[in-house]
Design a protein around this ligand. Structure first.
Ligand code: GLP
Length: 242
């Protein structure tokens, strides 16, 4: 595992964008895995800046988001669909038909999970996957206790996760109790992983991730078994690890 230490969030976002762009340029039809939450917002801004400045086209890129809340439609401001449109897709030229996000409104959620896995497989798998780290060690929405064998599935969110994400719901509405998430095995199948960790509130989680043995109680620890993981962490996130 490679660890890149940055002085601050800005540097972390720039470094993350650099790695993602490098990978996109390398492959003829790149398939990228995307995350939501506060952490990747700066990275997405960097990608938009790069696109505007260089006119580099993302027309050949396919993307798969890690997760989506169940019961929130694409036009709901609190959905991850909406987040992705606002923070990235509306500002670059990736065709929306190539930008997959699980459908949290699907009538048959189980089939939606299978469909999602099949879509990833049909494109030959994910070349590079962005990840954030939950305070409880979740990756995607795979909460502690999730089987390491899991594939895209329905997850019941922990109270702590719903609390941690409540600030995104300031415009009203409660954080849903369930979500669809790529599974731990789906994440482990990706060819390259970039884990972004920023801020003091992640310091304890980053310490656990880097120092604990692999355990389903802290899902991110499975990444120690992946052959190509780069962790980008800023000073504040690293503050408990001197
Ligand atoms: C959220 C998302 C994850 C994200 C993580 C960290 O709940 N489902 O994909 O990586 O938790 O979020 P944040 O970056 O806001 O701390």
């Amino acid at each position: 595992m490679k660890i890149i230490k940055t002085n601050n969030y800005d540097e972390l976002s720039k470094k993350g964008a650099e790695l993602l762009i490098e990978e996109i340029k390398k492959v003829e039809r790149p398939v990228i895995g995307l995350a939501t939450g506060s952490t990747p917002e700066g990275l997405y801004n960097e990608i938009i800046k790069f696109h505007k400045k260089t006119k580099y086209s993302f027309k050949n890129v396919y993307s798969f988001n890690l997760d989506e809340y169940i019961g929130l439609a694409e036009d709901n401001e609190n959905s991850y669909h909406y987040y992705m449109n606002e923070k990235l897709f509306n500002h670059i030229d990736i065709p929306l038909a190539q930008a997959y996000v699980p459908d949290g409104m699907a009538e048959d959620l189980k089939s939606e999970c299978t469909r999602y896995e099949e879509a990833i497989k049909a494109l030959g798998g994910i070349d590079i996957q962005l990840l954030g780290l939950g305070v409880n060690g979740h990756i995607g929405f795979n909460e502690p206790g999730t089987s390491f064998d899991s594939r895209t599935q329905i997850i019941t969110l922990e109270k702590s996760t719903r609390n941690a994400n409540a600030h995104f719901f300031s415009s009203g509405g409660e954080v849903p109790e369930k979500a669809i998430s790529m599974g731990v095995q789906s994440i482990m199948d990706t060819k390259k992983i970039v884990l972004l960790v920023s801020g003091k509130n992640k310091a304890a989680a980053l310490k656990r991730f880097l120092t604990e043995d692999v355990t389903e109680d802290f899902p991110a620890t499975i990444l120690h078994k992946h052959h190509d993981v780069t962790v980008i962490a800023d000073k504040e996130a690293l503050s408990e690890l001197e």
